[in-house]
Design a protein around this ligand. Structure first.
Ligand code: SAM
Ligand code: SF4
Ligand code: SF4
Length: 341
């Protein structure tokens, strides 16, 4: 069988193609969000990856091209905080040269005001900014490094001015922490073209002390916004879209909800993740990755890498969120800051 033929048929055991690749380019971050990198765990002595363990930009670009050859259409650069990796603009420029790719990045926005134009100039298509509250006190408590919300808002403005739109804003909603901020966030961005996406707090990793009671179900969020500004559902734009989209009936824009806990969407999950040290994960909740860096540094050819990635994807059966249950609750899991959110 020719290689081209097998690529056309790349699908996992549940018939899902590979369409999206999230590349974590660092496991470090300048925030310590309480639901992601709690300070008590990610403290001064935390063993972050040494530089030599990180994939180089050349290694990332090479793997990205191979993934594109296997059907990946969209790459999201993430982390940790991707904007803390030195010369990230150079990597963006290298990835932007891969034809046919939609290139996006997710950031906490802390360094965005000074970096937005450079990222756009390097060829970034779009950006997602995480912003959990507009209330400065709540925001500072959630990022847990006392970072002011105004500087993230300035980053969003800079991204819009640079033409990195449509900008999306990600909000992780945790019961009792920032749920009161849902309506103010919806109000603030309604009519601006910025799409706010409310994300159910997930049980990723094992350090955030997740409990089901902490999850604010997406339907509750939609109901609260709908009561103030009536909403109607929008058809999803493509297979594998994670957000349920809703538009304001008065035409003033849309919101999204990512209901990974209460309405899992594994059946359409076309996402692969590459960790900062070059391990391929086929699920956000995977226990173990496949070491592509060892193959790359061991001299594997493009064909060998293609075959290795294809074999991993073809064997994939992951659907953690659909199975989330007493049996899966205690599985060891990798941290989101490492695997890439
Ligand atoms: N540092 C960047 C940022 O915060 O945007 C990129 C990496 S971060 C891990 C990617 C996304 O994952 C963020 O939008 C963040 O809010 C989300 N996230 C992190 N931990 C989460 C959790 N336990 N449940 C749901 N979303 C989470
Ligand atoms: Fe850092 Fe993003 Fe995790 Fe917050 S969510 S700690 S900004 S990686
Ligand atoms: Fe995809 Fe795994 Fe999330 Fe299901 S749990 S949607 S398979 S990443």
């Amino acid at each position: 069988m020719s290689y081209a033929c097998s690529v056309e048929r790349l699908a996992d055991r549940l018939g899902r193609p590979i369409r999206d690749l999230r590349i974590s380019i660092t496991d470090r971050c300048n925030f310590r969000c309480v639901y992601c990198m709690p300070k008590e765990v990610f403290g001064r002595d935390y063993p972050f990856l040494p530089r030599a363990e990180l994939l180089t930009f050349e290694e990332i670009e090479r793997l990205a091209r191979i993934f594109a050859g296997l059907g990946v259409e969209k790459i999201r650069i993430t982390g940790g905080e991707p904007l803390v990796r030195r010369d990230v603009e150079t990597l963006v420029a290298m990835l932007a040269r891969i034809s046919g790719l939609d290139l996006t990045l997710t950031t906490n926005g802390a360094l965005l005001a000074q970096k937005a134009q450079g990222l756009k100039d390097a060829g970034l298509d779009r950006i997602t900014v995480s912003l959990d509250s507009l209330d400065d006190e709540v925001f500072r408590a959630m990022n847990d490094v006392d970072f002011p919300v105004d500087r993230v808002l300035a980053g969003i403005d800079a991204a819009l001015a640079a033409g990195l739109g449509p900008v999306k804003v990600n909000v992780v909603v945790k019961r009792g922490l920032n749920e009161d901020g849902v309506l103010p966030l919806a109000r603030a961005f309604r009519g601006t073209g910025v799409v706010v996406r409310f994300i159910e707090y997930m049980d990723v990793g094992h350090t955030n002390g997740w409990r089901l009671d902490d999850v604010v179900p997406a339907r509750e969020i939609v109901a609260a916004i709908d009561a103030e500004h009536p909403l109607e559902p929008v058809e999803s734009a493509y297979r594998g879209e994670v957000a349920n989209r809703w538009r304001y009936r008065d035409g003033s824009g849309e919101i999204g909800v990512i209901a990974s806990v209460t309405q899992p969407f594994c059946g359409d999950c076309t996402r692969a993740r590459l960790s900062a040290d070059g391990h391929l994960y086929t699920c956000l909740f995977a226990v173990r990755g496949h070491d592509l860096r060892a193959l790359v540094r061991g001299g594997a050819s493009d064909e060998e890498l293609t075959a290795a990635i294809g074999a991993v994807w073809n064997a994939r059966t992951d659907r953690y969120s659909e199975l989330r249950s007493a049996e899966t609750a205690d599985l060891p899991k990798v941290e989101m800051s490492y695997i890439g959110g």
